[in-house]
Design a protein. Structure first.
Length: 291
């Protein structure tokens, strides 16, 4: 007998993903640079207020580590370890998290260790405030390329700074393509997941008008990212819009801007599932309460 409830959930999720992609690819009112220039006085005032009021939190400690659910893992040779690289901006850097064992890096490494039945080493290459161009430069360093070469999986968090720093969509496209080119050139078979740009209007610390304006831009940037990612066979796009998980009491760190340990854990759970699955054509995923 068919599992009708499972089929309904699957079709419902597919419809939600489709709607999110349609929203991302449609012109968002007020998100173009000319329109933003008209809004500039209000945006300037709210931007300065946000910069003043949002707490400055440090990144997580321990950018390198090993997670293992394997007994006697201490006796495992280093060459037997699997490797995870988390690359990008302040989310990748674990801003608002004390230790990377509780960030996407450490949480995902634990889940991968369970799946592989081997220890998984994590390595974080990130800088708070980095945009896609900055992250592409980070990925191109000799040290980063060495880590990427041996990675089994790469998670990329990028885009928020491109949106809020008013980079153009063309610049975003070029930088994201350069970043993915670097990764896939040094490691053509690695599984890569690019996190979508989060809905900035949901951040508790964001002034309303500024948040909605940047949120509209984020949708457009996600649409550009989807076009770029579709051209890479081992790269998946993970939308964060309409997730239902950005609860103000759970999802955010104390600055009201960065994800909490709770959300890092939720993200790691779903990302592990994506990394374990082969990519299908035009595949974009949506974070939901069921995941």
């Amino acid at each position: 007998m068919r599992d009708l409830s499972a089929e309904r959930r699957s079709s419902g999720l597919a419809r939600t993903i489709r709607r999110a992609r349609e929203r991302a690819s449609s012109p968002a009112p007020g998100s173009s640079l000319p329109t933003m220039l008209l809004r500039a006085p209000v945006l300037y005032v709210q931007g300065r207020a946000a910069k003043r009021d949002i707490a400055r939190l440090p990144g997580a400690t321990a950018r390198e580590g090993v997670a293992s659910t394997v007994p006697d893992a201490a006796h495992t040779e280093e060459h037997d370890e699997h490797h995870l690289v988390v690359l990008g901006d302040s989310v990748a850097d674990g801003v608002g998290i004390e230790h990377h064992r509780d960030s996407i890096a450490g949480r995902l490494a634990c889940r991968m260790s369970e799946r592989f039945e081997h220890p998984v080493a994590w390595h974080v290459i990130a800088r708070s405030g980095a945009d896609a161009h900055d992250v592409a430069l980070l990925a191109g360093t000799d040290a980063a390329r060495s880590e990427l070469t041996r990675a089994d999986a790469v998670v990329i968090s990028v885009g928020v700074n491109d949106v809020k720093n008013l980079r153009t969509e063309d610049a975003w496209r070029t930088s994201l393509s350069s970043l993915l080119d670097t990764i896939t050139e040094v490691n053509p078979l690695v599984q890569v997941v690019v996190l979508g740009v989060p809905p900035i209007q949901e951040f508790p610390s964001m002034p309303t008008f500024l948040g909605h304006t940047l949120g509209e831009r984020a949708l457009r940037f996600d649409a550009v990212a989807a076009d770029v990612i579709d051209t890479y066979p081992n790269v998946q796009h993970y939308l964060l819009t309409d997730s239902g998980l950005l609860e103000k009491g759970k999802a955010f760190a104390e600055d009201g801007f960065h994800p909490s340990t709770w959300l890092h854990k939720k993200l790691a759970k779903r990302l592990d599932t994506l990394i374990a699955e082969p990519k299908r054509p035009s595949e974009t995923h949506l974070l939901s309460d069921e995941n």
